[in-house]
Design a protein around this ligand. Structure first.
Ligand SMILES: Cc1cc2nc3c(=O)[nH]c(=O)nc-3n(C[C@H](O)[C@H](O)[C@H](O)COP(=O)(O)OP(=O)(O)OC[C@H]3O[C@@H](n4cnc5c(N)ncnc54)[C@H](O)[C@@H]3O)c2cc1C
Length: 417
């Protein structure tokens, strides 16, 4: 039986571990943190007295690798959302509400109805999206897309959310990949969804249960500090108890974050710029109304946050591309976010108990410089592959990208070139 060592139990590592175990390999999984999941996890917040996610994660039905992952771990029915390609929006400055209603098939019939389109836009405005297809490596989102109602009410917030990078530096090519696999694939690929209970309940715990059946139980709290490379292969993993020698032919998947991978493998070029995301979780029974209530989330235009998610007893806001708020305290961001919520729920209730979570390195900066630094899984070491949302997935830093990277790493070991 072949043996693999997977370092890092985020989505990329879990995916690689499952693919190798499915192929009949014996898999050892090492995770530095006390829990698996990495940047996609839930935990009990003692102060709020409930479980929260490290950050709200929005998926689309067109995220095929993510949907296949959920199906494989038996968690396809753990997602919530409107069940249709509908995106409710709130214009925070005016309080106006509207919803983008994409027609279900591949033909974009919705563009022909002013009621389904983005307010203030005409059919011809959408031709601008074709410009994304022609974008060059160095083109930025705002350099390619024109200003106007479509930009203000959809494309700018979409770019910020999808790339987690300001549009004046964000890569037009990466946004094109997202648009092609969602809007470009028709309404069936644009159904928004998110974990009904939590990220761990949907993605991580079911994957761990599946791995356990395959005799792979992650070694939690086990930080691998380095790799000993000899004769073009990994000879040992350096752990807390000293080097763990590998047998000839043992494979290694390095599925850690980009900076850790670069530390462990001198010479490995990885993205070196990052963007923060702030999530503010309010403990409240207040609920949005209308389309937003049905969908369970709402996009916010012109507010502090980009999205509000409604979960039992909690309203959670996501502030993307949050490096711009580096000097603004969590408390101030919470106060500003609560103002968005007051507009949403039509009340001026006092701010309730909240938790603000600032992930400083939530994603790599999705710009041309990062793109040039994303490695392929095979970096030229025998029986070795790198995995992570920061590798060459042709997608921004997302669940979909992380899962694809885990698959690609496993594939490169199972079918070496
Ligand atoms: C706040 C936030 C919001 C997000 N929103 C969305 C969204 O709406 N939609 C979406 O699709 N994506 C979203 N993402 C991105 C998504 O979460 C990530 O792309 C994905 O989880 C990355 O998975 P990964 O396995 O590549 O990396 P990670 O999750 O970072 O996994 C790496 C793992 O390696 C472990 N590790 C590190 N060093 C070592 C070591 N030395 N030894 C052993 N283990 C080690 C880490 O602890 C971690 O568990 C969001 C991310 C954040 C942070």
């Amino acid at each position: 039986m072949k043996r693999a060592h997977v370092v890092g139990a985020g989505l990329a590592g879990l995916t690689a571990a499952m693919a190798l175990a499915d192929a009949g390999w014996r898999v050892a999984l090492y995770e530095a943190a006390p829990q698996a999941g990495g940047r996609c996890r839930s935990y009990l917040d003692r102060e709020l007295g409930c479980r929260i996610d490290n950050g709200n994660h929005l998926l689309l039905s067109g995220n095929r690798a993510a949907m296949e992952f959920l199906a494989r771990v038996g968690a396809a029915d753990t997602l919530a959302g409107p069940g249709a390609p509908v995106f409710p929006f709130l214009d925070a400055p005016s309080g106006r509400r509207w919803a983008l209603r994409i027609s279900p098939g591949r033909m974009p019939w919705w563009l022909f109805s002013a009621a389904s389109r983005v307010p203030g836009t005409r059919l011809g405005d959408y031709l601008a999206l074709l410009k994304l297809r022609l974008a060059g490596v160095d083109d930025t989102v705002s350099g390619v897309l024109p200003e106007g109602a479509l930009w203000h009410n959809l494309l700018e917030p979409l770019a910020i959310a999808a790339l987690n990078t300001p549009p004046d530096t964000g890569s037009a090519r990466l946004l094109n990949a997202v648009v092609t696999q969602s809007l470009g694939a028709g309404g069936a690929a644009c159904i928004p969804c998110f974990p009904r209970e939590g990220l761990s309940e949907s993605f991580i715990d079911p994957a761990l249960r599946r791995l356990a059946i395959q005799h792979c139980v992650p070694q939690l709290g086990r930080r691998i500090s380095g790799l000993e490379i000899a004769h073009g292969r990994v000879a040992a993993l350096l752990g807390p108890d000293g080097p763990a020698r590998l047998e000839q032919g043992d494979a290694v998947v390095l599925a850690v974050t980009a900076p850790v991978a670069a530390d462990m493998l001198p010479g490995l070029v990885v993205p070196d710029a990052f963007e923060a995301i702030v999530n503010v979780h309010f403990r409240t029974d207040a609920r949005p109304v209308g389309d937003a209530a049905e969908a369970g989330f709402v996009g916010v235009i012109g507010g502090t946050a980009e999205w509000v998610f409604a979960k039992p007893g909690i309203l959670s806001l996501t502030i993307s591309a949050a490096n711009r708020y580096a000097d603004i305290s969590n408390e101030t961001l919470a106060e500003r976010s609560w103002a968005d919520i007051c507009t949403l729920i039509g009340s001026t209730a006092p701010m309730p108990q909240y938790r603000a979570v600032r992930e400083k390195r939530a994603t790599f900066t999705a710009n041309a410089a990062s793109e040039a630094r994303r490695p392929h899984p095979d970096v030229g070491i025998a029986h070795f592959a790198v995995a992570g949302d920061w590798t060459h997935t042709l997608l921004p830093s997302t669940i979909e990208g992380a899962i694809r990277s885990g698959r690609a790493a496993a594939h490169s070991l199972l079918s070496p070139a």
